[in-house]
Design a binder for this molecule. Structure first.
Ligand code: NAD
Ligand code: UDP
Ligand code: UDP
Length: 323
């Protein structure tokens, strides 16, 4: 116990009421830390952190990261940003501001406090990649003026800011490039493929495959990802990233639809809808850097992770219907 107390930190998690942030907070509290969650509840929900309401080491602050924040903490995880195309395209200007002004404010905070700061970057910095799988050294193929650009370019600019604060102000930065992640507490209506397919299957609605369904994605279960976050934050000083975090198992969207159908026992039919503009055709992380520097690789297979996510939505949907 003494050791736990000695190593206790006060940690700020922005975007902590979201899908990934709430799982990260659970993990940090389990490790004995104090957590301050700052979130404007744009896409996150109090439901995700309800269970922490009376936790003595947890505090919630309703705050928009595009505004300055003056608090005292030992470490910062910057996750605040809408993450699914439906959400980030709802107010694209706000999305870019969240990534860019949010990064500047959190980096300014880290600079004043001389503390480590982690950035939730994304595989979207690779755009529609012409190199496959994607190593961190690949510079990407991003449309700067398309409907996804507010997210992709915002995250790219945030990475630039992180590396400039590192070079110019000697900040200790940790940049993770996160690939598609799924699991309990995903937003049921944010349009992401795993949540869409599961909700559609459970409700008996048609499963909407965009395009022919031959585009690929690699899906990482949330517990694996959070383990990667913590290992990156606790890595040696010289490990700045960017580090790809994701599951290299690659599936077509059609394969995913078929898996969800068979696991839920649903009789939903598959329908095809238009492929969104700039939708990347393939995506798979090269995780050699994470393996070497963090001794990390995912351990939850898609089949197991889908079962756990389906269980979550089976309980959630009746609650939503009753609310
Ligand atoms: P999410 O939408 O569930 O969580 C994002 C959180 O940020 C929400 O709670 C939201 O309310 C909050 N937020 C948004 N704008 C804010 C602002 N201006 N100020 C304060 N809070 C704000 O999404 P998520 O899947 O948990 O994603 C978390 C982070 O990880 C994001 O930065 C996202 O870009 C990144 N990421 C996620 C994935 C994924 O597959 N889930 C993949 C790549 C990157
Ligand atoms: N900032 C903050 N909290 C702090 C310190 C700074 O939110 O504890 C914000 C502040 O809005 C500032 C930004 O971070 O504009 C960048 O800080 P930095 O010190 O790099 O720049 P400067 O203050 O010189 O503009
Ligand atoms: N997709 C789909 N049906 C849906 C939702 C998404 O076919 O109901 C496709 C989408 O076109 C994309 C892939 O699934 O090719 C992953 O989409 P998501 O929005 O989850 O993530 P991202 O495109 O950001 O990787």
């Amino acid at each position: 116990m003494a050791r736990l107390y000695d190593s206790r930190k006060r940690i700020l998690v922005t975007g902590g009421a979201g899908f990934l942030g709430s799982h990260l907070i659970d993990r940090l509290l389990e490790q004995g830390h104090e957590v301050l969650c700052a979130d404007n509840l744009f896409t996150g929900t109090k439901r995700n952190i309800d269970h922490l309401h009376s936790h003595p080491r947890f505090e919630f602050l309703r705050h928009d990261v595009t505004f300055p924040l003056y608090v005292e903490v030992d470490e910062i995880y910057n996750l605040a940003c809408p993450a699914s195309p439906v959400h980030y395209q709802h107010d694209p200007v706000a999305t870019t501001k969240t990534s860019v002004h949010g990064a500047i404010n959190m980096l300014g905070l880290a600079k004043r406090l001389k503390c480590r700061i982690f950035q939730a970057s994304t595989s979207e910095v690779y755009g529609d990649p012409s190199v496959h799988p994607q190593p961190e050294s690949y510079w990407g193929n991003v449309n700067p003026i398309g409907p996804r650009s507010c997210y992709d370019e915002g995250k790219r600019c945030a990475e630039t800011l992180f590396f400039d604060y590192h070079r110019q102000h000697r900040l200790q930065i940790k940049v993770a490039r996160i690939f598609n992640t799924y699991g309990p507490r995903m937003h049921h209506a944010d349009g992401r493929v795993v949540s869409n397919f599961i909700v559609q299957a459970l409700r008996g609605d048609p499963i909407t495959i965009y395009g022919e369904g031959q585009q690929t994605r690699s899906f990482c279960f949330v517990d694996d990802l959070v383990e990667g976050f913590v290992r990156l934050m606790e890595s040696e000083d010289d490990v700045t990233g960017p580090v790809n975090l994701g599951n290299p198992g690659e599936f077509t969207i059609r394969e995913l639809a078929e898996k969800v159908l068979s696991k839920t026992g649903s009789r939903s039919r598959l329908i095809h809808e238009a492929l969104p503009e700039d939708d990347p055709k393939q995506r798979q992380p090269d995780i050699s850097v994470a393996k070497e520097k963090l001794c990390w690789q995912p351990s939850v297979a898609l089949d197991e992770g889908l079962d756990r996510t389906i269980d979550y939505f089976r309980k959630l949907l009746p609650e939503l219907a009753a609310a």
